[in-house]
Design a protein around this ligand. Structure first.
Ligand code: XIL
Length: 401
């Protein structure tokens, strides 16, 4: 795994690359965009191709996911938090064994970081950062600007008058505090929502209300000035399946990214969250491949940033369910990792012992959910094997020596 500097050095390379192809990309992009818009409104072909669920995910050896990823010039990591890693030693050991990157699941969110407008409480994040340094891991920042997990004082305090100062101060304080120490920042999270009807497809959030669409550009510019070494990521969800809703979201996101690139906004990476819905939504590899290729054609790199699998629609039988989740992971990553612009994969949690899905998308039968690579006893599941096998089969990003 290259050290932070190696990956951090990537940023200037990325900016050069991005600037070089922006003009061409915007022209090509506009053409593709018209084609997509036509498709997005036309009736989708019926997706009746049943998923061939596999039950064999044999992998060679027992090398951890971070090593299998690094062997191909990729990274593997996961989200976790102070409450998990500082208190559960067995979990922390497995986390460090499997992951080369840590992203704070919620400790960096405004409501956990800023108890009042004046206070930034970095204690928990400092513990997480120190954990990454002890374990020779990279640290991702998530999120700087989002509309969720906001503290109560935000609504009472922030107005059209002070919103720009509040946004700027937050990024300068947080990205400034960790400047030079972070692999990448999710600068803006989940800013599109085409179904709300805006022409630009943006989600109606307080940031948009107070600052207009340019709040996104502003956030990236402040982040670039504050932490010039880190990769700057725009992070988004619900982009992965062959449904009219997600096609509309992919089209809206491409429009946003083209607008940002044409303005010279310093965004280098698209974060595709990758929350999977096996047995619920139709996955078509060619749809994902096409979308990722269109993003790459803009000169952007790509990270899968929050991969997990909701199993609420799957059978109760654990073996069957684990096979279906593993099949979904392998099918998804086989498509995603074929795109050379994809740099790495983060799962949103590492073990079923700690998953937001338990509370957010529970099963009707009340059975514990099983979305992640390790089970609640920290044993590697078929999901782990599927991700391992996807890395083992992925094309290498390491140039031939
Ligand atoms: C989720 C956390 O996992 C939950 O524990 C919390 O209650 C809500 O936020 N997209 C994101 C993440 O970008 O920050 C969200 O994390 C999951 C969806």
């Amino acid at each position: 795994m290259r050290n932070n500097r190696g990956l951090l050095g990537r940023r200037s390379f990325l900016i050069g690359l991005g600037a070089g192809v922006t003009g061409l990309a915007v022209a090509v992009g506009a053409h593709q965009l018209q084609a997509r818009q036509k498709k997005a409104t036309s009736k989708p072909e019926p997706t009746d191709t049943p998923v061939q669920v596999r039950d064999n995910f044999q992998v060679t050896g027992d090398a951890p996911l971070k090593e299998r990823a690094a062997a191909k010039g990729l990274f593997f990591g996961a989200a976790s938090g102070f409450g998990q890693l500082s208190k559960d030693e067995a979990f922390a050991t497995e986390f460090a064994r499997e992951s080369a990157v840590l992203v704070a699941e919620s400790d960096m969110k405004w409501k956990n970081l800023r108890p009042d407008p004046e206070t930034f409480n970095f204690k928990r994040l400092d513990w997480l950062y120190d954990f990454t340094q002890r374990q020779k891991m990279l640290f991702r920042g998530h999120p700087l600007i989002w509309h969720k997990s906001m503290p109560e004082w935000f609504e009472e305090t922030v107005t059209e008058k002070n919103a720009e100062a509040v946004l700027t101060e937050h990024i300068q304080r947080v990205a400034g505090y960790y400047a030079g120490k972070v692999h990448s920042w999710d600068v803006v999270n989940e800013a599109i929502m085409p179904s709300q009807g805006r022409q630009d497809g943006l989600r109606k959030t307080p940031w948009l209300k107070f600052l207009g669409a340019d709040y996104i550009d502003l956030a990236f510019r402040v982040a670039a000035e504050t932490d010039p070494k880190a990769l700057l990521v725009y992070n988004e969800n619900r982009l992965d399946y062959d449904t009219p809703e997600m096609e509309q979201r992919r089209t809206g996101l491409l429009k946003l990214l083209e607008r940002l690139k044409s303005k010279g906004t310093p965004v280098q990476v698209l974060g595709v969250q990758g929350h999977l819905f096996p047995g619920e939504l139709p996955f078509k590899p060619e749809v994902l491949r096409k979308f990722l290729a269109e993003v790459a054609a803009m000169g952007l790199k790509i990270m899968i940033t929050e991969m997990d699998a909701t199993d609420r629609n799957l059978p109760g039988d654990v073996v069957q369910r684990d096979n279906m989740v593993a099949t979904a992971y392998e099918d998804y990553l086989s498509a995603a990792l074929d795109e050379p612009a994809v740099m790495g994969v983060m799962t949103w949690g590492l073990s079923d012992r700690y998953t937001w899905i338990a509370g957010f998308r529970p099963r009707d039968d009340g059975e514990p959910v099983r979305p992640l690579p390790l089970d609640k006893d920290l044993n590697r599941k078929r999901a782990w094997q599927a991700i391992a096998r996807a890395f083992d089969s992925a094309p290498s990003r390491i140039p031939p020596s």
